[in-house]
Design a protein around this ligand. Structure first.
Ligand code: SF4
Length: 356
């Protein structure tokens, strides 16, 4: 009997959902299978999203048995699904086979159905406005687990099509770079999920080396950065990561990203009452934004039970927006989605006993 192939990260059978077509081809070649079998397997796994090897009915039974012995199709079960009464946003709690869980969100807007995907369980960066940060870091998700999240959302909303992806859920995507990028390549590939790179957005708290690496990937991904303050000192207070990568370094990296990829970047600015919502901040933010081909997204903070912050009044937001608009090319006030089900920006979290 052949010894099952092991997944070094999980010490178990290899998850087929985390393999590229080339990798599937290689593992099948080792089993003595011809090249075209890899196309068949990839179509079953990514396009049809089957959850068992038995469903791969155009493969010989002997091969299905071999695959079932050596590989797995990491499943995630939707254990909770909540719908917003306000805007049709849906939040899903997905549980993996090892009992760990993440939240993922479906956002519906202007004819688009966007999956908001998590890349880690918890997060090590502790941004002061973020419920995921308050969980602490539990573990990275594998590429297969990230892909499975997309497949689970796709199954859940079928026949609606998940047209866009934002890697803005739990975790910092660029802190789990290799697995996130592999999942993005699988999501993007024609043999994979077939979602265009321009329909995917990676959101970072400002990991400068990750931004520089992403610029070299030859992928036309959208990049969003959680900026939240145009002042170095305040930014460090809100987001401890800013002590490691300064605002100047971050702006340089964003400029290089925009030049290399030809893509505008998005500066996300979460408005916190009496913290970063003054006219002075609006002016400084406009000065920063004018240095880059970028769009500024203004988002009002979502208050939660344990919130340290409050959202500014509508009047303050309008004043901030108006000041910004006089000096900054593209500013959008983004309405926070799914706030009644805690699916909004900075609200995703899984209770500790579930996350492990
Ligand atoms: S905002 Fe992002 S980087 Fe900051 S704690 Fe939350 S998940 Fe982590």
């Amino acid at each position: 009997m052949t010894k099952p192939a092991k997944d070094a990260r999980r010490d178990g059978p290899i998850d087929l959902r985390g393999l590229t077509l080339d990798e599937i081809e290689k593992v099948l070649a080792k089993l003595g299978e011809p090249r075209y079998r890899a196309d068949q397997v990839a179509a079953w796994v990514f396009q049809r999203g089957v959850r068992t090897f038995d469903e791969m009915t155009d493969l010989p039974l002997t091969l299905r048995e071999k695959l079932a012995g050596d590989f797995k199709l990491a499943g995630a079960e939707v254990v909770r699904r909540e719908s917003s009464a306000i805007d049709g946003t849906e939040k899903f709690l997905l549980e993996y086979g090892d009992g760990s869980a993440v939240e993922a969100v479906i956002l519906r807007d202007s004819g688009r159905t966007t999956g908001c995907i998590s890349t880690q369980i918890g997060c090590r960066f502790g941004c002061s406005f973020c419920a995921t940060g308050a969980m602490g870091f539990v573990r990275n998700l594998t590429a297969g687990e990230i892909v499975e999240q997309i497949l689970a959302l796709r199954r859940s909303v079928d026949p609606e099509r998940v047209s866009n992806l934002v890697f803005m859920g739990m975790g910092e995507p660029l802190d789990n770079y290799d697995e996130t990028l592999k999942a993005i390549r699988i999501a993007n590939a024609p043999w994979g999920l077939g979602i265009g790179a321009r329909k995917m957005t990676v959101s970072t708290a400002g990991i400068v080396p990750g931004i520089r690496r992403l610029a070299q990937e030859d992928l036309q991904l959208n990049l969003a950065v959680s900026l939240n303050s145009p002042k170095q000192r305040l930014r460090s207070q809100i987001m401890p990561i800013a002590e490691r990568y300064s605002l100047n370094e971050l702006m340089d990296a964003l400029g290089d990203y925009a030049r290399t990829t030809g893509r505008h970047v998005t500066l996300e600015y979460l408005l916190l009452k009496d913290i970063n919502d003054s006219p002075e901040m609006a002016g400084m933010l406009a000065d920063l934004a004018r240095k880059l081909p970028c769009k500024v997204n203004l988002i009002c903070y979502n208050e939660t039970e344990k919130s340290a912050y409050a959202p500014p009044s509508d009047k303050t937001v309008e004043r901030f927006l108006a000041l910004l608009r006089t000096r900054c090319p593209t500013v959008v006030r983004r309405v926070s989605r799914g706030s009644d089900i805690a699916a909004g920006c900075g609200q995703l979290a899984v209770p500790k006993k579930r996350s492990r």
